[in-house]
Design a protein around this ligand. Structure first.
Ligand code: NAD
Length: 512
């Protein structure tokens, strides 16, 4: 473990102030508000943000509708130009914004920067998309007729995001929604409002450089679940994209469905990796270590269950336990730290409760204890836990948002796949094997039931080019690449008669 002695005098709060100034966030939005924000690095208060009220949400939605009505008439490639400029601002301020992610969410330096890189990448993707947004032409059964499909902007898109990807998730949604001709309303996690304020400031700069974008095209609504709920219940918001816990998603999806809105749900995961006897075990070990311990186990795609097949060397799990025992934990600002803090006390308590349940079920636990409490009594650092357990008992089927990796044994591939699919969540999965048959079986219709299935890499760290999301209690939504853009548009089927006859479909005759 590492202390912050090397960091010296500069407090997290002082570093936050520097970044906020550099990015141009107005003081009034984060210095004198009602909601205190803490940094998970030290537990110190770093800001008091101003919160939106119910009336503020209603007003913001009205502005968003007006912005949408203007923006939908702007040609899509021109809309892409605004997203290109957002990407330029992100490139110019990558270091500051990445640093702020570290300060506010506790991610290590390379992960903070990586999150901003992901934003830049999705902007590039969306710019290309702005010259596509293709529809189909369809063969008509009637002579002198043509059928086609058109994709149109849909309206204001509500975006509710989680603390653990405080900026990237907004960009996956917003970059696509904007090129698709929509306006955007963002309710960030109450745990990470500062990075959202910084992104909003960069967005405003891009709008300024663009010239002529409607006012209120992308608005930020800082606050808690009540602010999110106001957005969820507003029938002027046709699409709500919600990222967070399954508990939240269940509430949001029911409320959006009640008013016939559309939701894109990106909820909890309980991701597994299967290790087969033919696997390259050195590569598997590295892949597993990053996926399970990286981001202190606080990714939706974090590896939470390891399924080790019979025939894998007996030395494999002890090697993994050794990596768990020696991984560097500490101040995420320091070079060399691999594991930063948990987000807050509740995350720590949730982790300890899960470990107690596993212990009661007869598990052998390596690690899991709190560290550095003497240096930062208000921050929660833990040694990642490796938990050897005989069966997939109830606690293993839950997503505990902390670095716990349950290790299960299985007799062969069919049993491994059954275990892998035997949980309510369906986000990400992977297999480590050099056997073509095993890899293909895992990817087949009888294989992994997840939205993401990988071979010889861990379940975390997706690229933006693919559609991202998962099945079952993960919510079924898809964001980011591939054709995920279609969720941000409405589809119109058009039939055009260029003949002088009026043949009816299905041969119906109706002569008046
Ligand atoms: P959370 O569910 O506590 O909060 C997420 C967001 O939902 C916050 O902005 C919160 O204010 C809002 N919210 C909560 N209740 C609401 C309600 N009733 N109505 C409207 N909004 C409401 O989640 P968290 O602790 O911030 O994030 C961790 C969770 O997010 C984990 O379960 C993780 O797996 C999941 N996650 C999923 C993905 C994905 O893409 N599948 C990505 C990141 C995180």
């Amino acid at each position: 473990t590492k202390s912050s002695a090397a960091i010296g005098a500069k407090s997290v709060a002082a570093e936050v102030a520097e970044v906020m100034r550099a990015v141009g966030v107005p003081d009034a939005s984060w210095r004198n508000g009602t909601r205190a924000t803490r940094s998970p690095i030290t537990g110190e208060v770093i800001a008091h943000v101003a919160e939106a009220s119910g009336d503020d949400v209603a007003g913001a939605v009205a502005r968003s509708v007006a912005a949408f009505e203007a923006w939908r008439t702007v040609p899509a490639p021109r809309r892409g130009e605004l997203v290109r400029l957002i990407g330029e601002e992100l490139r110019a301020h990558k270091a500051e914004l990445g640093h702020l992610v570290t300060l506010e969410a506790g991610k290590i330096v390379s992960e903070g920067l990586g999150e901003v890189q992901e934003m830049i990448d999705i902007c590039d993707f969306a710019v290309g998309l702005s010259r596509q947004l293709y529809g189909l032409t369809i063969a008509s059964e009637r002579p002198g007729h043509r059928m086609m499909e058109s994709w149109h902007p849909v309206g204001p898109v509500g975006i509710i995001t989680a603390f653990n990807f405080p900026v990237a998730v907004w960009s996956w949604n917003a970059a696509l929604a904007l090129v698709c001709g929509n306006s955007v309303l963002w309710k960030p996690s109450e745990k990470t409002p500062l990075t959202a304020l910084a992104v909003q400031a960069l967005f405003e700069r891009a709008v300024h450089a663009f010239g002529g974008a409607p006012e209120g095209l992308s608005q930020l609504l800082v606050g808690g679940a009540d602010v999110g709920a106001a957005l969820v219940d507003d029938s002027r918001v046709p699409v709500v994209s919600a990222t967070g816990s399954t508990r939240m998603g269940r509430i949001v999806s029911e409320r959006v469905a009640r008013r016939f809105g559309r939701s894109i749900l990106e909820l909890g995961g309980n991701n597994a990796a299967i290790v087969c006897p033919s696997a390259d075990l050195d590569l598997a070990l590295r892949g597993i270590a990053f996926a399970a311990m990286g981001t202190a186990g606080q990714r939706c795609t974090s590896l939470r269950r390891l399924i080790v097949q019979e025939g894998v060397s007996d030395g494999f799990v002890p090697r993994l336990a050794k990596a768990y025992g020696s991984v560097s934990i500490g101040d995420p600002r320091e070079a060399g730290t691999l594991i930063g803090p948990l987000v807050d006390a509740a995350a720590y308590e949730g982790m300890q409760k899960a470990l107690e349940a596993a212990r009661a079920a007869g598990a052998t636990i390596h690690g899991g204890e709190r560290v550095l409490a003497d240096v930062w009594p208000d921050a929660y650092y833990v040694r990642p836990a490796l938990v050897e357990i005989d069966e997939q008992v109830e606690i293993v089927t839950h997503e505990t948002f902390a670095p716990i990796l349950y290790v299960l044994r299985s007799a062969g591939l069919p049993e491994s796949i059954k275990l892998q699919n035997g949980v309510p969540q369906g986000l990400s999965s992977s297999i480590f094997t050099n056997d073509l048959r095993e890899a293909e079986a895992f990817l087949s219709a009888e294989g992994s039931d997840c939205g993401i299935a990988n071979v010889n890499i861990g379940p975390s760290g997706a690229e933006i080019g693919g559609a991202f999301g998962g099945e079952k209690e993960t919510g079924g939504g898809r964001e980011s690449g591939s054709d995920a853009w279609k969720a941000y548009m409405r589809r119109a089927t058009n039939t055009i008669n260029f003949s002088r006859q009026l043949p009816l479909a299905q041969g119906v005759s109706f002569d008046v």
